[in-house]
Structure formats: C-alpha cells, structure tokens
Write a protein that binds this ligand. Structure first.
Ligand SMILES: [Zn+2]
Length: 82
C-alpha cells in the first residue's frame, strides 16, 4: 500500500516489521501492516491527500465554503477560484 509521509522532511521510516522504508516523492510503498502503523503515526493515504490539498480549487463568495466546483456544494452560491 502507498502512504504519504507525515512531513516532507521525513524521508525514512522504520516499519513495525523492522523493515526500513525510504520515501519516493514523499510517498512510501509499504506492507499493509507497516502502512497502517504509519497512518496512525501521522501519515495519510494518497487519496485523502489529494482531497485536501489539490482538489480545493474554489471558494464560495457567500459562505466561504471550499468547493470543488464553481457552484457551492453547501449553499448553492457562486464560487471564485482560489
Ligand atoms: Zn456557499
């Protein structure tokens, strides 16, 4: 499984199994057991990382909600590109 490093500065981590992993572009390719342990220690899954950092492209001008589209998902108001 792939796990995104908790911080960009972290390039190496030891898994529960004793294996040492090295991040490639901030992402670890780990065994499921070690990956889950790193997620609990502050790492996160790439799909979640995408949802929080890359996908928020618009902000509602009416309520300030971060939206993925030009129409607010909360109040239906217009959204401007961030
Ligand atoms: Zn809104």
């Amino acid at each position: 499984m792939k796990v995104v490093a908790p911080a960009r500065a972290v390039t190496e981590v030891d898994g529960l199994s004793g294996r040492r992993y090295r991040a490639k572009d901030g992402i670890y390719e780990m065994s499921p057991r070690d990956g889950r342990a790193l997620v609990q220690a502050g790492g996160f899954l790439p799909s979640l990382a995408g949802a929080t950092s890359r996908a928020t492209g618009y902000r509602c001008t009416r309520c300030g909600f971060g939206a993925f589209f030009t129409t607010c998902g909360r109040c239906g108001g217009p959204c401007d590109k961030e």
